[in-house]
Design a protein around this ligand. Structure first.
Ligand code: HEC
Length: 157
């Protein structure tokens, strides 16, 4: 009896470990990425980069205030480039402290090698896809920080 209980416990543990370790990353697709950051691995539970924590002042074309959340893969990285499967979620917040939009960068191996393999997306606060893909507007501006893997708010060292 004891042994079978132990066996069941071990199986449960292994299943749980496998599920968390191999949680599948979403396809580079606006809707799939939203599902991932809102339900499968809610970004509000992620961390900030050490050098850019919590509510910060922002610049146009983004909102006057923002928070930038980074998944575990992203915070673990040292030098540029960021690791594949890094996801960066920027909450764009108005002067009224309300969430206006979410802009997201997701690094997918082989997706767009010339431009850091980033998948770009913009969502309404409810998750409606406004822009997604190799969005020229996003890339043309973030290009100026290409040496830092297209990221402004965090310095890779
Ligand atoms: C005209 C320049 C410009 C454009 C266009 C632009 N960004 Fe940004 N982005 C910035 C700047 C500057 C920051 C740093 C934060 C701030 O100042 O608001 C930033 C920050 C970010 C961040 C946080 C990570 C980082 O790079 O610091 C994300 C994610 C992001 N932008 C996504 C997008 C997406 C998605 C688009 C297109 C829909 C876009 N951006 C368009 C200038 C731009």
């Amino acid at each position: 009896m004891k042994t079978s209980m132990y066996a069941i416990f071990c199986t449960l543990c292994l299943t749980f470990m496998a599920a968390t370790a191999f949680a599948e990353m979403p396809a580079p697709d606006g809707k799939a990425l939203w599902k991932y950051i809102s339900k499968e691995s809610p970004y509000t539970g992620w961390a900030y980069w050490d050098d850019h924590q919590g509510l910060q002042k922002g610049n146009a074309p983004h909102a006057p205030q923002h928070k930038v959340f980074v998944n575990k893969t992203g915070t673990a990285a040292g030098k540029a480039a960021a690791e594949f499967d890094t996801i960066v979620v920027k909450e764009n917040i108005g002067n009224d402290n309300k969430l206006k939009a979410l802009t997201v960068m997701y690094k997918v191996e082989g997706y767009n090698p010339k431009k850091g393999d980033w998948f770009w997306a913009k969502y309404s606060p409810e998750g409606k896809v406004a822009k997604a893909g190799k969005v020229k507007g996003c890339i043309s501006c973030h290009d100026s920080v290409e040496d830092n893997d297209f990221i402004y708010v965090h310095e890779f060292k």
